[in-house]
Design a protein around this ligand. Structure first.
Ligand code: NAD
Length: 323
């Protein structure tokens, strides 16, 4: 019999998949999400539609900064903290306060509550964006951290906060640095979503930069698996790169998508965005050796699944910004 866990950001892209996996494994899930308007809250409700059908799923529709987290965390085995304001491009300017509130202040609220409750594990969702621009590839957990976006700076702050609460108050945590996650339900602002939806609608695809930038892409079920492995982890490492092992260029991604959709894309190259890095590539030896993490979905299969999902769920009213 599995126990009770808490998932923050439960209605989001990765969080909703994680909730389904936890329910499949018999856990009772307390889900927290404030349904921010970064993208359609209606779409987030669809994400958790299946989970809501389970008697072991409870949804708390509140901002983490306003919740009585102590009572929600008491008796739980683990808190999976995925709630955040994601997206690199929008993190400049006046929007930055959304990032500090969701990524730093909310994480501090989670940690304060964990400190009070004691003995509840934290699995924190971090990001490859903490590394910043580097030619020292693949990226290793011990590498210099120098984010080049305000988003990355807030995710790094959150990682530091986890460590501060561990050292000072014994909060037991694991931080997972995901490298670009994709698959069904991917956020509409992310490149794969924009490419697929625009191609399916016969629109031009905008590529930032020359398309030769590379990313280590991680299929969402592999990111979910990393969370499940982190739940049971008892070793002494704290931070893990979670990459899909499919480092390819955006131009190669487009070739795979053209084949999957069965049409040549009309591509327009536009100026590279501030905060975007040239390359990401995860060194995942630590995750493999310590957690037993092995990504299992190839980029061709994963893109195929995302195309299938978007064919069934295409919506014309989504905001389509980029990360
Ligand atoms: P998402 O935007 O789909 O999900 C985040 C969810 O958190 C949303 O449903 C939002 O409503 C909720 N939320 C935000 N602030 C909240 C608050 N203060 N209180 C309660 N709920 C709040 O994003 P995602 O792509 O699923 O990302 C999940 C996590 O993974 C984030 O922490 C993100 O930084 C991290 N991450 C994602 C990727 C990726 O490629 N998707 C890569 C690296 C790291």
């Amino acid at each position: 019999m599995s126990g009770r866990v808490v998932v923050t950001g439960a209605a989001g892209f990765i969080g909703s998949h994680l909730c389904e996996r936890l329910l499949d494994e018999g856990f009772e899930v307390t889900a927290i999400d404030s349904f921010t308007d970064y993208y359609s809250p209606r779409r987030k409700r669809e994400h958790i539609g299946q989970a809501l059908g389970s008697s072991r799923f409870t949804l708390i529709e509140q901002d983490l900064n306003d919740c009585d987290l102590i009572s929600l965390f008491e008796g739980a085995e683990c808190v999976f903290h995925l709630a955040a304001q994601a997206g690199v491009r929008k993190s400049w300017g006046s929007e930055f306060s959304r990032y500090t509130k969701a990524n730093i202040l909310a994480t501090q609220s989670v940690l304060e509550a964990l400190k009070e409750v004691g003995r509840v594990r934290l699995v924190h969702s971090s990001s490859s964006s903490v590394y910043g621009e580097t030619t020292d590839l693949p990226m290793k957990e011990g590498h210099r951290l120098a984010p080049v976006s305000p988003y990355g700076a807030t995710k790094l702050s959150a990682e530091h906060l986890c460590e501060l609460y561990r050292v000072n108050f014994g909060v037991d945590y694991t931080s997972l640095r995901y490298f670009t996650v994709y698959g069904p339900r991917q956020r509409p602002d992310m490149a794969f979503s924009r490419f697929i939806t625009n191609a399916l609608e016969g629109n031009t695809i905008e590529v930032y930069g020359d398309g030769r930038q590379t990313r280590d892409f991680t299929f969402v079920s592999d990111a979910v698996e990393a969370n499940m492995l982190a739940l049971r982890y008892t070793g002494s490492e704290r931070i893990f790169n979670i990459g899909g092992g499919s480092r390819i260029s955006i131009l190669d991604v487009i070739r795979i998508m053209e084949k999957g959709i069965g049409t040549d894309f009309d591509v327009r190259f536009v100026e590279r965005a501030k905060g975007d890095v040239t390359d990401t590539w995860a060194e995942t030896t630590r995750a493999r050796e310590e957690l037993g993490f092995e990504p299992s979905v190839s980029i061709e299969t994963g893109i195929g699944e995302e195309i299938t999902w978007y064919r069934e769920h295409i919506e014309s009213d989504e905001g389509r910004e980029t990360e």
